[in-house]
Design a protein. Sequence first.
Length: 435
Amino acid sequence: MEEHPLSLYELNALVKRSITTYLPDTYWVQAELSDVRSNYSGHCYLEFVQKEPRGNNLIAKARGTIWSNVYRLLKPYFEEETGQAFVSGIKVLVKVSVEFHELYGYSLTVQDIDPTYTLGDMARRRREILKQLEEEGVLTLNKELELPLLSQRIAVISSATAAGYGDFCNQLEQNPYGFVFYPRLFPAIMQGERVEQSIISALDAINAQLDNWDVVVIIRGGGATSDLSGFDTYELAANCAQFPIPIITGIGHERDDTVLDSVSHTRVKTPTAAAEFLINHLHDTAEVLEDYASSILQAVSTRMMREKTRLSRLVERIPMQTLMRLKDEHYRQERVVKQLETALQSRLTKEKHHLQMMETQISIASQRRLVKENHRLQLLEQQLKAASPEHLLKRGYSITLKNGKAVTDASVLQLGDELTTRFAKGEIKSVVTQK
């Protein structure tokens, strides 16, 4: 035993002096946030962790502190720059000083943060999700749907109390053309950890009454940019990409598109921009219909002139004596002819309106049928691929063949039978030696 043993406090003090001496500077450290919390005084206490590159096991951990004078500046700066809340689970690059306290032990005090590192990690995760959706063949399914000509029945996914929802409805109602829209709210949580599941539940509710809607609009107004991470998830993106009617997003940001924006049919910046898009789309449809109506009226007018000219030529061929006999009859029937022309014009107008209504109904029914059948065929194609032998082999299964036929029951085999076992890549030969 040493002559002068150290007390625990003396040993910790020695460690503290050593750290102060040999690690006097600040250091930029890459780590993942864990257990982030702040108290009444405004200080933030957290843990920094590092996991195995190909697993979830921790290989390093350190207690961290952000004092209130730094935290009140650092947190809003980070969230504004990244659009990501300063919460557990994100990767950060922080500038720290190394501290050691005789009572509380080793810790890292945060002095600064580099948002560009987190932005890079978020962008990587977005790319990975989009790549997975592309490999599954669903990335552009919603974009390939045709927006109905008369997109007036609108299923709106938003928070019931959001200002953006009110702005959206007011914009539709006060459109300068007098168009009538039929929006209905499917409430969802648009910020926080429950965004993904809440929106998926709203989509399920809309899908249950799909024939009632022409388009889905997902809008969010007035929220913080730090709440956008909920729109960058695989499950939400996969649901939206495969939804059978067009989805329009307007979740109130101007930065790079979220994953949800990337898979939706149309992305706009704000709820009012989403309303403006629908108004303009209906206006374009109305102009096309007006062109059709003008063409029909022009064709009728041309036909009337042609028939009037033909009638005049026929009259000229009638002998004069006959014309004299018919003169009195002509005057008597002149009023009847005018009445017939008026009735014909009225009938033509009515038939033209009927024709327009039939064209609209046929177009809507055809488009809706085509969209449903196309989506059904795509789902069947995915199911067939998933059930194919080649797909099962790639997942690690194998097929044992005897004389070219699959063996499903070992009792049919005899000693000495030659077997072929086929894998996803290659095959092997074997002989039954024991049963």
